[in-house]
Design a protein around this ligand. Structure first.
Ligand code: GDP
Ligand code: MN
Length: 384
Protein backbone atom coordinates (compact mmCIF):
# COMPACT_ATOMS: atom_id res chain seq x y z
CA UNK A 1 0.00 0.00 0.00
CA UNK A 2 1.45 3.33 -1.08
CA UNK A 3 0.92 6.16 1.37
CA UNK A 4 0.27 9.77 0.49
CA UNK A 5 2.99 12.24 1.39
CA UNK A 6 1.05 13.54 4.39
CA UNK A 7 0.53 10.00 5.70
CA UNK A 8 4.18 9.09 5.29
CA UNK A 9 5.12 12.27 7.10
CA UNK A 10 2.81 11.30 9.96
CA UNK A 11 4.79 8.06 10.33
CA UNK A 12 8.05 10.02 10.08
CA UNK A 13 6.79 12.26 12.89
CA UNK A 14 6.04 9.21 15.04
CA UNK A 15 9.66 8.04 14.90
CA UNK A 16 11.01 11.55 15.46
CA UNK A 17 12.09 12.55 11.95
CA UNK A 18 11.68 16.34 11.69
CA UNK A 19 8.89 17.43 9.32
CA UNK A 20 7.07 20.72 8.85
CA UNK A 21 3.78 21.39 10.55
CA UNK A 22 0.87 20.99 8.13
CA UNK A 23 -2.84 20.48 7.48
CA UNK A 24 -4.86 18.55 4.92
CA UNK A 25 -7.41 20.42 2.76
CA UNK A 26 -10.00 19.30 0.24
CA UNK A 27 -11.25 22.72 -0.84
CA UNK A 28 -9.61 26.11 -1.52
CA UNK A 29 -11.45 27.50 1.52
CA UNK A 30 -10.02 24.78 3.75
CA UNK A 31 -6.59 25.56 2.32
CA UNK A 32 -7.03 29.19 3.28
CA UNK A 33 -8.08 28.26 6.82
CA UNK A 34 -5.11 25.89 7.10
CA UNK A 35 -2.71 28.64 6.03
CA UNK A 36 -4.28 31.01 8.56
CA UNK A 37 -3.76 28.47 11.34
CA UNK A 38 -0.17 27.79 10.34
CA UNK A 39 0.68 31.48 9.84
CA UNK A 40 3.33 32.82 7.47
CA UNK A 41 4.25 31.49 4.03
CA UNK A 42 3.11 27.96 3.22
CA UNK A 43 3.60 25.42 0.48
CA UNK A 44 0.53 23.89 -1.17
CA UNK A 45 1.17 20.29 -2.26
CA UNK A 46 -0.98 17.98 -4.38
CA UNK A 47 -1.59 14.66 -2.63
CA UNK A 48 -1.42 12.04 -5.35
CA UNK A 49 0.29 8.67 -5.46
CA UNK A 50 2.74 9.65 -8.18
CA UNK A 51 6.10 11.42 -8.05
CA UNK A 52 7.31 14.49 -9.90
CA UNK A 53 4.49 16.66 -8.61
CA UNK A 54 6.75 19.70 -8.48
CA UNK A 55 7.48 19.59 -12.21
CA UNK A 56 3.80 18.97 -12.99
CA UNK A 57 2.71 22.14 -11.17
CA UNK A 58 1.43 20.29 -8.13
CA UNK A 59 3.68 22.01 -5.56
CA UNK A 60 3.38 25.78 -5.09
CA UNK A 61 4.54 28.32 -2.54
CA UNK A 62 1.99 30.78 -1.15
CA UNK A 63 2.77 33.98 0.75
CA UNK A 64 -0.44 34.33 2.70
CA UNK A 65 -3.86 32.65 3.25
CA UNK A 66 -5.46 34.33 0.20
CA UNK A 67 -2.58 33.14 -1.96
CA UNK A 68 -2.86 29.63 -0.47
CA UNK A 69 -6.52 29.57 -1.42
CA UNK A 70 -5.68 30.64 -4.98
CA UNK A 71 -2.87 28.07 -5.30
CA UNK A 72 -5.10 25.33 -3.91
CA UNK A 73 -7.73 26.28 -6.50
CA UNK A 74 -5.10 25.81 -9.22
CA UNK A 75 -3.92 22.48 -7.90
CA UNK A 76 -7.18 20.80 -6.85
CA UNK A 77 -8.63 18.95 -9.82
CA UNK A 78 -5.30 19.00 -11.65
CA UNK A 79 -4.54 15.80 -13.54
CA UNK A 80 -1.01 14.67 -12.72
CA UNK A 81 -0.23 11.78 -15.03
CA UNK A 82 -3.69 10.25 -14.67
CA UNK A 83 -4.07 11.09 -10.97
CA UNK A 84 -6.66 13.77 -10.28
CA UNK A 85 -5.81 15.86 -7.22
CA UNK A 86 -8.54 15.65 -4.58
CA UNK A 87 -6.56 16.76 -1.55
CA UNK A 88 -3.78 19.20 -0.90
CA UNK A 89 -1.35 19.28 1.99
CA UNK A 90 -0.61 22.75 3.30
CA UNK A 91 2.59 23.03 5.29
CA UNK A 92 4.78 25.77 6.68
CA UNK A 93 7.19 26.73 3.91
CA UNK A 94 10.86 25.97 4.45
CA UNK A 95 13.90 27.85 3.25
CA UNK A 96 16.20 25.50 1.44
CA UNK A 97 20.00 25.67 1.40
CA UNK A 98 20.68 22.09 0.28
CA UNK A 99 18.66 19.15 -1.01
CA UNK A 100 19.80 15.61 -0.15
CA UNK A 101 18.29 12.19 -0.82
CA UNK A 102 17.83 9.31 1.63
CA UNK A 103 15.97 6.02 1.26
CA UNK A 104 15.75 2.50 2.58
CA UNK A 105 14.18 -0.27 0.57
CA UNK A 106 14.52 -4.01 -0.03
CA UNK A 107 17.28 -5.30 -2.20
CA UNK A 108 15.66 -8.58 -3.16
CA UNK A 109 18.81 -9.86 -4.83
CA UNK A 110 20.84 -9.40 -1.65
CA UNK A 111 17.86 -10.34 0.58
CA UNK A 112 18.68 -7.35 2.75
CA UNK A 113 17.42 -3.83 3.32
CA UNK A 114 19.40 -1.30 1.33
CA UNK A 115 20.11 2.30 2.31
CA UNK A 116 20.86 4.87 -0.35
CA UNK A 117 22.08 8.35 0.41
CA UNK A 118 23.38 11.21 -1.70
CA UNK A 119 23.88 14.93 -1.31
CA UNK A 120 22.55 15.32 -4.87
CA UNK A 121 18.88 15.22 -3.88
CA UNK A 122 15.81 16.94 -5.22
CA UNK A 123 16.08 15.28 -8.63
CA UNK A 124 15.04 11.76 -9.63
CA UNK A 125 17.36 9.26 -7.99
CA UNK A 126 17.58 7.22 -11.20
CA UNK A 127 19.18 10.25 -12.80
CA UNK A 128 21.83 10.47 -10.07
CA UNK A 129 22.47 6.73 -10.32
CA UNK A 130 23.04 7.08 -14.04
CA UNK A 131 24.93 10.35 -14.28
CA UNK A 132 27.04 10.33 -11.12
CA UNK A 133 26.90 6.86 -9.57
CA UNK A 134 29.93 7.67 -7.38
CA UNK A 135 27.81 10.26 -5.55
CA UNK A 136 25.28 7.65 -4.47
CA UNK A 137 26.29 5.73 -1.36
CA UNK A 138 24.68 2.30 -1.00
CA UNK A 139 24.80 0.21 2.13
CA UNK A 140 23.06 -3.02 3.09
CA UNK A 141 21.79 -3.82 6.55
CA UNK A 142 22.28 -7.33 7.88
CA UNK A 143 18.81 -8.03 9.33
CA UNK A 144 20.24 -10.41 11.94
CA UNK A 145 22.74 -7.85 13.16
CA UNK A 146 20.14 -5.08 12.92
CA UNK A 147 20.87 -1.42 12.56
CA UNK A 148 24.23 -0.29 13.92
CA UNK A 149 25.30 3.33 14.40
CA UNK A 150 28.33 2.86 12.13
CA UNK A 151 25.92 2.37 9.20
CA UNK A 152 24.72 5.95 9.56
CA UNK A 153 28.27 7.26 9.90
CA UNK A 154 29.42 5.39 6.83
CA UNK A 155 26.55 6.79 4.76
CA UNK A 156 27.10 10.34 5.95
CA UNK A 157 30.90 10.35 5.53
CA UNK A 158 30.69 8.35 2.32
CA UNK A 159 28.50 11.00 0.72
CA UNK A 160 30.89 13.73 1.82
CA UNK A 161 28.75 15.61 4.35
CA UNK A 162 31.29 17.75 6.18
CA UNK A 163 29.37 19.91 8.59
CA UNK A 164 29.44 18.23 12.05
CA UNK A 165 25.95 19.40 12.99
CA UNK A 166 24.55 18.13 9.69
CA UNK A 167 26.39 14.84 10.16
CA UNK A 168 24.82 14.39 13.57
CA UNK A 169 21.29 15.26 12.47
CA UNK A 170 21.40 13.09 9.37
CA UNK A 171 22.87 10.14 11.28
CA UNK A 172 19.94 10.40 13.70
CA UNK A 173 17.43 10.56 10.83
CA UNK A 174 19.00 7.48 9.22
CA UNK A 175 18.44 5.53 12.44
CA UNK A 176 14.88 6.83 12.72
CA UNK A 177 14.12 5.98 9.10
CA UNK A 178 15.26 2.41 9.70
CA UNK A 179 13.06 2.28 12.77
CA UNK A 180 10.09 3.43 10.66
CA UNK A 181 10.98 0.89 7.98
CA UNK A 182 10.92 -1.98 10.48
CA UNK A 183 8.17 -0.78 12.80
CA UNK A 184 5.64 -0.15 10.02
CA UNK A 185 6.64 -3.14 7.87
CA UNK A 186 7.61 -0.85 5.03
CA UNK A 187 8.91 -1.89 1.64
CA UNK A 188 10.17 1.59 0.83
CA UNK A 189 10.84 4.74 2.87
CA UNK A 190 12.20 7.60 0.81
CA UNK A 191 12.95 11.22 1.65
CA UNK A 192 13.56 13.34 -1.43
CA UNK A 193 14.48 16.00 -0.70
CA UNK A 194 15.97 15.77 2.76
CA UNK A 195 16.77 19.44 3.16
CA UNK A 196 19.19 21.55 5.10
CA UNK A 197 17.80 25.00 5.88
CA UNK A 198 20.00 28.12 5.85
CA UNK A 199 20.04 27.82 9.66
CA UNK A 200 21.51 24.33 9.36
CA UNK A 201 18.37 22.43 10.32
CA UNK A 202 17.85 19.08 8.57
CA UNK A 203 14.31 17.87 7.79
CA UNK A 204 12.18 15.72 5.53
CA UNK A 205 10.44 17.84 2.91
CA UNK A 206 8.83 14.96 1.06
CA UNK A 207 7.89 11.36 1.81
CA UNK A 208 7.41 8.24 -0.22
CA UNK A 209 6.29 5.36 1.95
CA UNK A 210 5.11 1.90 0.92
CA UNK A 211 3.76 -0.51 3.54
CA UNK A 212 3.72 -4.23 2.85
CA UNK A 213 0.07 -5.20 2.18
CA UNK A 214 0.61 -8.53 3.88
CA UNK A 215 1.51 -6.77 7.14
CA UNK A 216 -1.40 -4.32 7.20
CA UNK A 217 -3.25 -6.48 9.73
CA UNK A 218 -0.60 -5.39 12.21
CA UNK A 219 -1.23 -1.71 11.53
CA UNK A 220 -4.94 -1.07 11.87
CA UNK A 221 -4.61 2.71 11.72
CA UNK A 222 -2.46 2.67 8.59
CA UNK A 223 -4.76 0.12 6.91
CA UNK A 224 -7.65 2.50 7.59
CA UNK A 225 -5.86 5.24 5.67
CA UNK A 226 -6.50 3.49 2.40
CA UNK A 227 -8.25 5.91 0.14
CA UNK A 228 -11.13 3.94 -1.31
CA UNK A 229 -12.40 6.96 -3.24
CA UNK A 230 -9.21 6.95 -5.33
CA UNK A 231 -9.56 3.25 -6.16
CA UNK A 232 -11.75 1.76 -8.82
CA UNK A 233 -15.09 0.88 -7.13
CA UNK A 234 -15.08 -2.66 -8.53
CA UNK A 235 -11.51 -3.21 -7.34
CA UNK A 236 -12.54 -1.89 -3.92
CA UNK A 237 -15.43 -4.37 -3.87
CA UNK A 238 -13.04 -7.16 -4.89
CA UNK A 239 -10.75 -6.30 -2.01
CA UNK A 240 -13.71 -6.46 0.37
CA UNK A 241 -14.54 -9.92 -0.96
CA UNK A 242 -10.94 -11.07 -0.87
CA UNK A 243 -10.87 -11.64 -4.64
CA UNK A 244 -7.63 -11.03 -6.54
CA UNK A 245 -8.90 -8.79 -9.30
CA UNK A 246 -7.63 -6.04 -11.57
CA UNK A 247 -10.06 -4.18 -13.79
CA UNK A 248 -9.18 -3.88 -17.46
CA UNK A 249 -11.06 -2.24 -20.27
CA UNK A 250 -12.53 -4.99 -22.47
CA UNK A 251 -15.52 -7.31 -22.74
CA UNK A 252 -14.19 -10.78 -21.92
CA UNK A 253 -14.32 -11.51 -18.20
CA UNK A 254 -11.45 -13.80 -17.19
CA UNK A 255 -11.06 -16.19 -14.34
CA UNK A 256 -8.06 -18.49 -13.96
CA UNK A 257 -6.52 -20.51 -11.18
CA UNK A 258 -3.12 -19.15 -10.32
CA UNK A 259 -1.69 -15.74 -11.12
CA UNK A 260 0.53 -16.97 -13.95
CA UNK A 261 -2.25 -18.81 -15.74
CA UNK A 262 -4.65 -15.89 -15.28
CA UNK A 263 -2.07 -13.52 -16.72
CA UNK A 264 -1.48 -15.83 -19.70
CA UNK A 265 -5.23 -16.00 -20.21
CA UNK A 266 -5.37 -12.22 -20.47
CA UNK A 267 -2.61 -12.43 -23.11
CA UNK A 268 -4.27 -15.22 -25.09
CA UNK A 269 -7.61 -13.42 -25.18
CA UNK A 270 -5.83 -10.33 -26.51
CA UNK A 271 -3.84 -12.51 -28.92
CA UNK A 272 -6.99 -13.86 -30.59
CA UNK A 273 -8.36 -10.36 -31.04
CA UNK A 274 -10.44 -9.99 -27.90
CA UNK A 275 -10.28 -7.45 -25.14
CA UNK A 276 -9.94 -8.76 -21.58
CA UNK A 277 -12.30 -7.13 -19.07
CA UNK A 278 -10.17 -8.05 -16.10
CA UNK A 279 -7.51 -10.15 -14.49
CA UNK A 280 -8.91 -12.47 -11.83
CA UNK A 281 -7.11 -15.24 -9.99
CA UNK A 282 -9.26 -17.84 -8.25
CA UNK A 283 -6.18 -19.05 -6.41
CA UNK A 284 -5.66 -22.67 -5.59
CA UNK A 285 -9.25 -23.39 -4.57
CA UNK A 286 -12.14 -23.65 -6.96
CA UNK A 287 -14.74 -23.94 -4.23
CA UNK A 288 -18.25 -22.71 -5.00
CA UNK A 289 -17.64 -19.94 -2.49
CA UNK A 290 -14.58 -18.67 -4.35
CA UNK A 291 -16.32 -18.93 -7.73
CA UNK A 292 -19.41 -17.05 -6.50
CA UNK A 293 -17.25 -14.25 -5.11
CA UNK A 294 -15.22 -13.99 -8.31
CA UNK A 295 -18.34 -13.96 -10.52
CA UNK A 296 -19.98 -11.34 -8.35
CA UNK A 297 -16.96 -9.11 -8.79
CA UNK A 298 -16.50 -9.74 -12.53
CA UNK A 299 -20.17 -9.14 -13.40
CA UNK A 300 -20.24 -5.79 -11.57
CA UNK A 301 -18.45 -4.48 -14.63
CA UNK A 302 -21.20 -3.56 -17.13
CA UNK A 303 -18.78 -3.98 -20.05
CA UNK A 304 -18.48 -7.73 -19.48
CA UNK A 305 -20.17 -9.78 -22.23
CA UNK A 306 -18.74 -13.25 -21.75
CA UNK A 307 -16.82 -15.06 -19.06
CA UNK A 308 -13.91 -17.37 -19.68
CA UNK A 309 -12.86 -19.84 -16.97
CA UNK A 310 -9.41 -21.14 -17.67
CA UNK A 311 -8.61 -23.88 -15.19
CA UNK A 312 -5.57 -26.08 -15.13
CA UNK A 313 -6.01 -28.81 -12.56
CA UNK A 314 -3.00 -29.69 -10.46
CA UNK A 315 -3.66 -29.95 -6.78
CA UNK A 316 -6.92 -28.22 -7.67
CA UNK A 317 -9.17 -30.90 -9.18
CA UNK A 318 -11.22 -29.98 -12.24
CA UNK A 319 -14.28 -31.93 -11.07
CA UNK A 320 -14.30 -29.79 -7.93
CA UNK A 321 -14.06 -26.60 -9.94
CA UNK A 322 -16.87 -27.81 -12.25
CA UNK A 323 -19.08 -28.44 -9.21
CA UNK A 324 -18.09 -25.04 -7.86
CA UNK A 325 -19.11 -23.35 -11.09
CA UNK A 326 -22.48 -25.14 -11.20
CA UNK A 327 -23.20 -24.35 -7.59
CA UNK A 328 -22.28 -20.73 -8.23
CA UNK A 329 -24.70 -20.66 -11.17
CA UNK A 330 -27.45 -21.93 -8.89
CA UNK A 331 -26.81 -19.09 -6.52
CA UNK A 332 -26.31 -16.28 -9.02
CA UNK A 333 -28.37 -15.51 -12.08
CA UNK A 334 -25.79 -15.77 -14.81
CA UNK A 335 -28.17 -16.68 -17.65
CA UNK A 336 -27.33 -13.59 -19.68
CA UNK A 337 -23.62 -14.45 -19.83
CA UNK A 338 -22.16 -17.09 -22.13
CA UNK A 339 -19.59 -18.91 -19.98
CA UNK A 340 -16.71 -20.68 -21.68
CA UNK A 341 -14.99 -23.24 -19.48
CA UNK A 342 -11.67 -24.78 -20.32
CA UNK A 343 -10.72 -27.59 -17.97
CA UNK A 344 -7.43 -29.40 -18.28
CA UNK A 345 -5.20 -31.38 -15.95
CA UNK A 346 -6.27 -33.38 -12.92
CA UNK A 347 -9.76 -34.90 -13.38
CA UNK A 348 -10.48 -32.77 -16.45
CA UNK A 349 -12.65 -35.46 -18.08
CA UNK A 350 -14.77 -35.83 -14.96
CA UNK A 351 -15.10 -32.06 -14.77
CA UNK A 352 -16.24 -31.75 -18.36
CA UNK A 353 -18.73 -34.59 -17.89
CA UNK A 354 -20.19 -32.83 -14.86
CA UNK A 355 -20.63 -29.60 -16.85
CA UNK A 356 -22.12 -31.45 -19.86
CA UNK A 357 -24.50 -33.38 -17.59
CA UNK A 358 -25.84 -30.20 -16.03
CA UNK A 359 -27.43 -29.19 -19.35
CA UNK A 360 -26.88 -25.46 -18.92
CA UNK A 361 -27.27 -23.83 -22.34
CA UNK A 362 -24.93 -20.93 -21.53
CA UNK A 363 -21.97 -23.14 -20.58
CA UNK A 364 -19.54 -23.84 -23.39
CA UNK A 365 -16.82 -26.36 -22.54
CA UNK A 366 -13.56 -26.18 -24.47
CA UNK A 367 -10.50 -28.41 -24.25
CA UNK A 368 -7.64 -25.95 -24.80
CA UNK A 369 -6.80 -22.46 -23.71
CA UNK A 370 -6.60 -21.18 -27.29
CA UNK A 371 -9.97 -22.72 -28.28
CA UNK A 372 -11.52 -21.36 -25.11
CA UNK A 373 -10.20 -17.87 -25.73
CA UNK A 374 -11.39 -17.91 -29.34
CA UNK A 375 -14.84 -19.09 -28.32
CA UNK A 376 -15.15 -16.49 -25.57
CA UNK A 377 -14.12 -13.72 -27.95
CA UNK A 378 -16.58 -14.88 -30.67
CA UNK A 379 -19.42 -15.04 -28.16
CA UNK A 380 -18.57 -11.55 -26.87
CA UNK A 381 -18.73 -10.22 -30.43
CA UNK A 382 -22.06 -11.98 -31.10
CA UNK A 383 -23.67 -10.48 -28.03
CA UNK A 384 -22.31 -7.00 -28.77
P1 GDP B 1 7.76 15.82 -5.87
O1 GDP B 1 8.06 16.74 -7.02
O2 GDP B 1 6.49 15.05 -6.10
O3 GDP B 1 8.90 14.95 -5.50
O4 GDP B 1 7.42 16.78 -4.63
P2 GDP B 1 8.39 17.39 -3.48
O5 GDP B 1 7.67 17.35 -2.20
O6 GDP B 1 9.72 16.72 -3.50
O7 GDP B 1 8.53 18.88 -3.92
C1 GDP B 1 9.15 19.25 -5.13
C2 GDP B 1 10.07 20.43 -4.95
O8 GDP B 1 9.36 21.54 -4.48
C3 GDP B 1 11.15 20.18 -3.90
O9 GDP B 1 12.26 19.51 -4.42
C4 GDP B 1 11.48 21.59 -3.49
O10 GDP B 1 12.45 22.13 -4.36
C5 GDP B 1 10.18 22.34 -3.67
N1 GDP B 1 9.57 22.55 -2.34
C6 GDP B 1 8.76 21.72 -1.66
N2 GDP B 1 8.46 22.21 -0.44
C7 GDP B 1 9.11 23.40 -0.36
C8 GDP B 1 9.22 24.40 0.66
O11 GDP B 1 8.70 24.28 1.78
N3 GDP B 1 9.99 25.48 0.36
C9 GDP B 1 10.62 25.63 -0.83
N4 GDP B 1 11.36 26.73 -1.03
N5 GDP B 1 10.54 24.72 -1.81
C10 GDP B 1 9.81 23.61 -1.57
MN1 MN C 1 10.07 14.63 -3.87
Amino acid sequence: MDLYEYQGKELFRRVGIPVSDGRLAETPEEARAAAEELGGPVVVKAQVLVGGRGKAGGVKLADDPADAEAKARDILGLDIRGHVVQKVWIETASDIAKEYYLSVTFDRGAKQPLFMFTTQGGVEIEQVAEESPEALVRLHIDPLEGFQPWVARRLVYGAGVEDPSEQKQIAAIIGQLYEAFVRFDAMLCEINPLIVTPDGEVKALDSKFTVDDSALFRHGDVAGWRDTSAADPIEAFAREKGVTYVKLDGEVGICGNGAGLSMSTVDVVAHVGGRPANFCDLGGGGSAEGVVDALEVITRDPQVKTIFFNIFGGITRCDEVARGILEALDRLDMSRYPIVVRLDGTNAEEGRAILAGAGKPNIHPEATMLDGAQRAVELAKESA
